[in-house]
Write a protein that binds this ligand. Structure first.
Ligand code: C5P
Length: 246
């Protein structure tokens, strides 16, 4: 059984205030995509990696990664493929999965779907996810317990919010990536839900939403998603710590 990884990197940098695609934003001279890729390329039994890029930026992304590879400290032992993403993250993942299948991915292979924006998700988390699929799960995600009380709200036509529910936080988890699947069932789920992916409003925001019976394993604080400028500051601090734990 071999492993494929799709790294979603087709998002804009708008909420970060960046005028480059978010995945190419740099911290300490390293791009978010390069950091995510470095941890991915360290995986055992890797068959290939597909990166989804903003349409038309595929060659530019490939060039940026080529330049950064010597700084990754991992050999490029597998094919790296750059494909155009879609109108939503869900559509981008579908494009990535199509490429995996066209490169020889088999239904019984393991596929990890990972956000470049979760640049420091560690390889050992990826190993644990792959292992869970090898042991028989169809779909496995990393989840972190919630410490805040979460409210569900209704929003009226003036934007005024009212609390409508307070879910029991003992049973809430923050869903992270990578998320791990058997390639065949994931491809089928994406094919069946492809219509939803055509707009951000209707699209699934993660791949596990397209599945029933998803297993959850403990996530990693390092797998946080970079969305805002504050997240980027936190990433800089966390990167310094993982690079020099002393
Ligand atoms: O926008 P958000 O931060 O939720 O995006 C999560 C991940 O999905 C990011 O890595 C982003 O680059 C990717 N994405 C994508 N295609 C889109 C939108 C987002 O690959 N159309």
């Amino acid at each position: 059984m071999s492993t494929w990884v799709v790294i979603t990197a087709a998002g804009s940098g708008t909420r970060l205030g960046a005028n480059a695609p978010k995945a190419l934003v740099e911290v300490s001279g390293r791009t978010l995509l390069g950091l995510a890729l470095e941890r991915t390329l360290d995986l055992a039994d890797l068959s290939g990696v597909v990166v989804t890029c903003p349409a038309g930026s595929e060659d530019m992304f490939a060039n940026v990664v080529d330049k950064e590879l010597p700084r990754m400290g991992v050999p490029r032992q597998v094919g790296l493929h750059f494909v155009a993403g879609g109108a939503s993250r869900q559509a981008s993942v579908k494009a990535g999965l199509d490429k995996v299948v066209s490169e020889g991915g088999e239904p019984a292979d393991v596929v990890l779907i990972h956000d470049a924006a979760r640049a420091l998700a560690p390889t050992d988390l990826m190993d644990r996810l792959v292992e869970a699929v090898v042991e028989g799960a169809l779909a496995v995600i990393p989840g972190l317990a919630v410490t805040d009380t979460i409210k569900q709200v209704a929003v009226d036509e003036h934007g005024v919010e009212t609390v409508v529910a307070t879910p029991d936080r003992r049973f809430l988890r923050v869903a992270q990536t990578p998320q791990a699947f058997l390639l065949g069932p994931l491809w089928d789920a994406h094919a069946a839900a492809a219509d939803r992916g055509s707009t951000e409003e209707t699209a699934a925001t993660d791949d596990a939403s397209l599945f029933e019976g998803v297993a959850v394993i403990p996530g990693s604080p390092l797998a946080f998603k970079v969305t805002t400028p504050e997240d980027l500051t936190n990433l800089t601090t966390a990167l310094a710590q993982v690079s020099d734990p002393a």
